[in-house]
Design a protein around this ligand. Structure first.
Ligand code: BGC
Length: 795
């Protein structure tokens, strides 16, 4: 399935065509974004710009916040007075019709030019209705679920006066030590681009002027997910080919889909902080991709340029950021104070400021804010049955069945037999509302969460036994978390306090002994352990959970493990000792119902991993699309090398190279078989590929059959390997996927188009091209797919 948006189809392959016919490396020419580049809109912008004073212009470039959500914000500024002077472009932290209207009235009615304020918010996986985390949504391999979540987010945000969301995050994340992997679509640029397009479509609907559309801010441009050692905010060192071919691809897809704004990232790349990088923000984003929207810095990233040591004073860093292409200063409180004086001193040309203001005003006009600056107050939010049904359905697509081995005398544990006798539900995740909601739920409320315990009780009544088993964290860490929670306003602080791990593990073991099987709900606490500023070097279950798992497994009772996590965890012990494992991520408000649906087989799991699960943290960054080496590892790597042939290869001496569960992995309650894939043409001249634009030059067809006894959905995946290019290419790359639902015994043909879009790569001159070569092609249900064919691209 090609997830090409309407707009990207309109990208003219004209230059590409010309270059292709001449046999040269091919590039695409950007087309203006119709949402932001109409003549009428530009005329309105120009007429307003002419009337603006320098201070009003600088004000439009400033975003302030009433809180310190994710960073420092010492400002003691009087925002009301500033808004009345027309000096507030955007606000964060004000939510709800009443609060936004109050502020908007000041901006629109008291200011000289009546320019509305753009209210912004982190709407990440829903606004008030909280859906599964973005990593989970990617595990559905169904871009339409991201679109659905974006639609709910957009409508609910708009009802709260918010017209601009800091979403989607499209950073490629290949290192689960980095806590923000939870906000991403995982490790792959093809899957990531498909999700990116869907998010943009869902939020903006190809029409920003609709009252229920919001402008996106695609973040964090760029390569923020490649922070060295997975430590948040850390530097990135990366060659330009990898940067473009892997990390920039989802941003490019989002820009092609019409993204109105982008957020520049905190990190530097090869020594240049992105927030001051003309190469990324001007050369690539504006000149190559033709981006018509505006760029906002990340939180206080402009003053932080001083800490990056690329400027000693405010004036220097402001100049660098603005001239590089950052139009809006998020809570750095510098653009508003420094720009006007710098222009007056002749240090910054006013034309640069004008261009920045233009871009921001364009988005405000396009959103219809001048016509409709206020929000009609609606009924108070409620998690209605309709919203719950949507959240449950979406969550049902995101679960990944990692393992479901038969148990002697019992068979496969999942799906749970309805007659299941007594079930012991154990673990700190089992009855937690807060920790399954997922990172970045700034407007979500855990009180709406249906826990696994309550959902299983609905089904099992008194056949359900329960024990928390242990806390999420142990010792001083547990105390810290408890203190943080008790300071909060959240009434749903119901995670079980279990100060004595040994005692509560013993109680859990007793509970398991009384039951016929045990379901363990384990994971990592969302708050402070996942998301921003939550990098980890240990990727196991937190606190005493692993001990709990081992103790319960030691009872000999069959164990089903439900993992509730925002990142790939290290599951090596569990994989070796527990027969059934379901990765359920952080599923949101319908956690309990959705997980129960999967456990009982009302929903057949169909998710596939969007990121590799390691055997050991030391393998990280671990991803399937590795570059080849001159000494590829082969053979049995489970032992210490026994001779030099086994030793001198690219391997570890104490662990296998491969993932424990690889990218694309996921089982079902049924089985699928694949025919040998076939290409419609197996030889294509290179000139034809170069000239093909978005059109396929061949298709790969495969028959997929449900050979089991229940209906199921398979994510059919196509991988290629370019075996002889001028620049080495990954050992496998995803280039197509399709979700196929099949009744028992049913078979369907799946066709994947291949053309320039799928076959190109960046050569040493940093041009996208295709050369004569052989592509190996595999189709199957994971990145380990074995059904194979090939395509020759000839002179
Ligand atoms: C994060 C962004 C977020 C912003 C506003 C920053 O710390 O990196 O992702 O949108 O805060 O809350």
């Amino acid at each position: 399935m090609k997830n090409t948006s309407v707009r990207s189809l309109r990208i003219l392959p004209s230059l590409l065509l010309l270059a292709g016919l001449a046999g040269l490396p091919a590039q695409t020419t950007p087309v203006p974004n119709p949402q932001l580049a109409s003549r009428e809109l530009n005329a309105r912008v120009e007429s307003l710009l002419k009337k603006m004073t320098l201070d009003e212009k600088a004000g439009q470039l400033a975003q302030y916040s009433v809180d310190n959500a994710t960073g420092p914000n010492d400002s003691k500024l009087n925002f009301d007075e500033m808004a009345a002077r027309g000096e507030v472009g955007s606000m964060q932290g004000i939510v709800g019709a009443e609060a936004t209207n109050r502020f908007q009235h000041i901006a629109v009615e008291k200011s000289r030019l009546h320019i509305p304020v753009l209210f912004a918010r982190d709407v990440i996986h829903g606004h008030r209705t909280i859906f599964p985390v973005p990593l989970a949504l990617a595990a559905s391999w169904d871009p339409s679920v991201a679109e659905t979540v974006a639609r709910y987010g957009a409508k609910e945000a708009r009802a709260d006066g918010i017209a601009w969301v800091f979403s989607p995050m499209v950073d490629i994340a290949r290192d689960p030590r980095w806590g923000r992997i939870v906000e991403s679509a995982g490790e792959d640029p093809y899957l990531g681009s498909a999700m990116a397009r869907a998010w943009v479509r869902g939020y903006q609907q190809d029409d920003l002027s609709r009252p229920d559309s919001v402008a996106v801010s695609v973040k964090h441009f760029a390569a923020y997910g490649a922070a060295i050692a997975g430590r948040d905010y850390n530097a990135v060192e990366m060659g330009e080919i990898t940067l473009r071919q892997v990390y920039l691809e989802p941003y490019r897809a989002a820009v092609e889909a019409g993204a109105a704004t982008l957020m520049s990232s905190f990190n530097s790349i090869n020594g240049i902080p992105v927030t001051a990088s003309p190469f990324l923000l001007t050369q690539i984003l504006r000149k190559e991709w033709g981006f018509d929207g505006f760029v906002v810095s990340d939180w206080a990233a402009i003053p932080e340029l001083r800490d990056h040591s690329i400027g000693a004073d405010d004036e220097t860093v402001v100049r660098k950021a603005l001239e590089a292409g950052v139009e809006m200063d998020m809570v750095g409180n510098l653009y508003g104070t420094v720009i006007a004086s710098q222009v007056r001193a002749g240090k910054i040309p006013e034309s640069v400021v004008d261009e920045a203001v233009r871009r921001i005003l364009r988005v405000k006009f396009a959103l219809g804010l001048f016509e409709r600056p206020y929000t009609e107050a609606g009924p108070a939010y409620d998690a209605t049955p309709e919203r719950r049904a949507a959240a449950r359905k979406v969550a049902g697509e995101t679960f990944v069945l990692l393992k479901n081995d038969p148990v002697e005398g019992v068979g496969a544990l999942l799906p749970l037999a309805v007659k299941a006798k007594k079930v012991a539900l154990i673990g700190p995740m089992a009855d937690s509302q807060r920790e399954v909601l997922g990172a970045w739920t700034v407007t979500g409320d855990p009180k709406y969460v249906v826990t696994l315990k309550s959902a299983l009780a609905e089904r099992l009544g008194d056949r359900l036994l329960y024990a928390p088993g242990c806390d999420f964290l142990s010792g001083a860490d547990a105390d810290i978390l408890r203190q943080l929670y008790s300071g909060g306003t959240d009434a749903a602080n119901n995670h079980a306090p279990a100060p004595d791990d040994a005692k509560s593990i013993a109680e859990a073991v007793e509970t398991a002994r009384k039951a016929d099987l045990a379901i363990l709900a384990l994971g990592e606490p969302t708050n402070w352990m996942e998301g921003e500023a939550a990098s980890r070097v240990h990727l196991g279950f937190t606190g005493a959970q692993e001990r709990l798992l081992e103790a319960v497994a030691a009872t000999g009772k069959p164990v089903i493990l439900v993992v509730l996590s925002g990142r790939p965890l290290e599951l090596k012990w569990a994989a070796a000792h527990v027969p059934a494992i379901l990765e359920a991520w952080s599923p949101g408000i319908e956690t309990g119902h959705a997980v129960a649906d999967a456990l009982f087989g009302d929903v057949n799991p169909s998710g596939k991993l969007p990121a590799s699960f390691p055997r050991a943290v030391g393998q990280e960054p671990l991803y399937y699309a590795q570059l080849p080496t001159g000494r590829p590892a082969h053979g049995d790597l489970t032992h210490l090398p026994r001779n030099n042939d086994e030793k001198y290869m690219s391997r570890y001496v104490d662990e296998e190279n491969s993932a424990l569960y690889p990218f694309g992995w996921g089982l079902s309650y049924t089985r699928f078989s694949y025919s040998r894939p076939a290409v419609s043409r197996n030889e294509v001249p290179v000139r034809e590929v170069l000239a093909s634009g978005h059109k396929p030059v061949t298709t790969v067809g495969v028959d997929v059959k449900n050979t089991g006894s229940v209906a199921g959905t398979e994510v059919v995946q196509l991988y290629i390997r370019n075996t002889a290019a001028s620049v080495e290419q990954p050992v496998r790359e995803l280039k197509g996927f399709a979700r196929v639902t099949l009744a028992p015994g049913e078979q369907k043909r799946v066709e994947f188009p291949l053309g320039f879009d799928e076959l190109n790569f960046y050569n040493a001159e940093i041009m996208r091209t295709v050369e004569p070569t052989t592509y190996k092609i595999w189709v199957g249900g994971s990145s380990l797919a074995t059904a194979e064919t090939s395509l020759q691209v000839v002179e």
